[in-house]
Design a protein around this ligand. Structure first.
Ligand code: NAD
Length: 278
């Protein structure tokens, strides 16, 4: 199965669908990532704070897949934004992953109360220039954070990885990203199972109409929106199901019905507000 790629503003390509390993236990990560790679996943999203970069690295090493066919993302944790810490952090991550570079390195959260995300972003620019990360981006940045790093450094991130699913679509961030050539990566694409997305008539009806699962309909909605997604599961049958979304086309009416699931007041958020993580 071929997964389409999107072009980043760095000139590199990113597979639009990957495998995210948040909450995959460290001692199960090598198995789970190995299964994903065997199924055809080539894009893995991890983070230093997930504690499972070594398992990702072990699976990559065991797979024998050429490095240039893989796309690996990891992230700088919140307490390492200042001084030499970002450089130490990426080198630790690379050692655990067994890689010489990552395809994408992200500032995990803006931690605005600490007022050091511009410093962190400057460190990522230096890492990119040193070849440690092919592309650099941010995560959980709101429009004001994005505008500030661009104004202060002149460098636009390749992606913003944000909480995004039908009940929480962050339309202001998405609009800014479109205007500025930034790809949106949707974390929690299935709402992390924290609300009853799958029995929404807009989703369940489209699933019945297309003979697909509800998860596949939601993932397809993301793909047609242009979002990058990396749904998490540790079960091989779900990993297989989640990548089987490229022979399906939702109609404009089906897309619009899912678009309408965001209450518009922020109450559909399932994770933390970016201003509250410091
Ligand atoms: P998700 O929306 O992918 O939900 C995962 C849950 O959905 C799992 O518990 C799984 O049981 C269930 N699921 C998966 N496939 C299913 C299927 N086919 N049918 C039914 N249920 C299914 O949430 P997530 O894991 O939080 O997000 C995906 C990835 O995003 C993470 O693994 C991580 O890589 C990334 N992420 C990033 C941040 C960030 O701050 N940058 C935060 C959270 C997650």
């Amino acid at each position: 199965m071929t997964i389409p790629a999107l072009r980043l503003n760095s000139g590199h390509d990113i597979p639009q669908l990957g495998y995210g390993v948040f909450k995959v236990p460290a001692d199960d990560t090598a198995r789970a990532v190995g299964e994903a790679l065997a199924l055809g996943y080539r894009h893995i999203d991890t983070a230093a704070v997930y504690g499972n970069e070594e398992g990702v690295g072990a699976a990559i090493a065991a797979s024998g897949i050429p490095r240039d066919e893989l796309f690996v993302t990891t992230k700088l944790w919140n307490d390492r934004h200042e001084g030499d810490e970002p450089q130490k952090a990426i080198r630790e991550s690379l050692a655990k992953l067994g890689l010489e570079y990552v395809d994408l390195y992200l500032v995990h959260w803006p931690t605005p109360a600490n007022d050091n995300y511009v410093e962190a972003w400057q460190a990522l620019i230096a890492m990119r220039d040193a070849g440690l990360a092919r592309s650099i981006g941010v995560s959980n940045f709101l429009v004001r954070h994005l505008e500030r790093i661009v104004a202060e450094t002149g460098v636009t991130p390749a992606v913003d990885q944000i909480e995004l699913h039908p009940a929480h679509q962050q339309r202001d961030v998405v609009a800014w990203a479109r205007e500025n050539g930034v790809l949106i990566e949707a974390w929690g694409p299935l709402g992390q199972g924290k609300y009853d997305l799958f029995s929404e008539p807009a989703v369940a009806g489209a699933a019945a109409a297309h003979g697909k699962s509800v998860a596949q309909v939601v993932l397809r909605w993301h793909i047609q929106k242009g979002n990058v997604v990396f749904p998490k599961s540790v079960r091989a049958e779900r990993l297989r199901e989640n990548m089987d979304v490229f022979d399906l086309q939702l109609t404009d009416a089906e897309m619009a019905a899912i678009d309408a699931l965001d209450p518009g007041d922020g109450s559909g958020r399932v994770g933390a507000h970016p201003d509250d993580v410091n």
